[in-house]
Design a protein around this ligand. Structure first.
Ligand code: AP5
Ligand code: MG
Length: 224
């Protein structure tokens, strides 16, 4: 691959909730030193900080709904201008609608940035539900773990930063997951066809260990 040090690497990470987008984006961030931009994480920060946006959206997000396109587009457009994104970035969870995909294409064209690939991670629904219900996150660095499938090597200690405090997401309930899967099928799935058509799509089997899935992504990027 021609992006040995991540310079100029611009990726979209897509797939249903719980397929491992955040986990794999974190692997790529460490490997290539590029910025990991999760729109879900940005929204959770707004809710945590109790900002006007966060207060307006929290019940809607808790019910598995999407944030408005205009808001997300503005957030992403501002964020990719920041210095840590200059070398390259991974957009995790954006675009999530066809409108977002179309606006992103124009936005990147205007900024003179070329999208290199769209990585779609595929995992069967029953595994997704299991993964999300078991998810917990390092409160220091945000790394995700799972009760059953992806545990830290040393119990209670984050593999990445050594942190020992973990939390669970408020919205990781069975009802919310089902609603989020439905939203994914109805609104995000059409973006997959869009990226297939323009040749950027790389579909990856996300069933396997984090390391095995990371190798598959690496392979897909090599064959670009
Ligand atoms: P967001 O935070 O993006 O949530 P999501 O897409 O639903 O995805 P998740 O973060 O739940 O899962 P993931 O694919 O990142 O998987 P993870 O790595 O954690 O968005 C949240 C909400 O914000 C949305 O529902 C929406 O309302 C709103 N929003 C966000 N972006 C928006 C946008 N652009 N427009 C409008 N609204 C927007 O892994 C899951 C679990 O599995 C973890 O426990 C992990 O440890 C484990 N795991 C990962 N990989 C493996 C593996 N290979 N084997 C075993 N376990 C694994
Ligand atoms: Mg995520």
């Amino acid at each position: 691959m021609s992006f040995k040090n991540g310079e100029g690497l611009h990726l979209v990470m897509t797939g249903a909730p719980g397929t491992g987008k955040g986990t794999q984006a974190s692997v790529l961030k460490r490997r290539y030193g590029i910025c990991h931009l999760s729109t879900g994480e940005m929204l959770r920060e707004e809710v945590k900080k109790g900002t006007e946006i966060g207060n307006q959206l929290k019940d809607h997000l808790a019910a598995g709904g999407f944030a408005p396109d205009e808001l997300m587009i503005k957030m992403v457009s501002n964020r990719i201008e920041e210095p840590d994104c200059k070398k390259g970035f991974i957009l995790d969870g954006f675009p999530r609608t066809l409108k977002q995909a179309e606006v992103l294409e124009n936005m990147l064209n205007e900024k003179g940035i070329t999208l290199n690939a769209v990585i779609e991670i595929q995992v069967p629904d029953h595994i997704i539900v299991d993964r999300i219900l078991g998810r917990y996150t390092c409160m220091t660095c945000g790394e995700s773990y799972s009760d059953k499938y992806h545990k830290p090597k040393v119990p209670g200690v984050c593999d990445i930063c050594g942190g020992t405090k973990f939390s669970r997401r408020l919205y990781d309930t069975k009802e919310t997951i089902e609603r989020r899967l439905e939203k994914y099928r109805n609104f995000t799935y059409p973006t997959i066809a869009y990226y297939k058509e323009n040749g950027l799509l790389r579909s990856i089997d996300g069933n396997g260990t984090v390391e095995v899935v990371a190798e598959r992504i690496d392979e897909a990027l090599k064959n670009k």
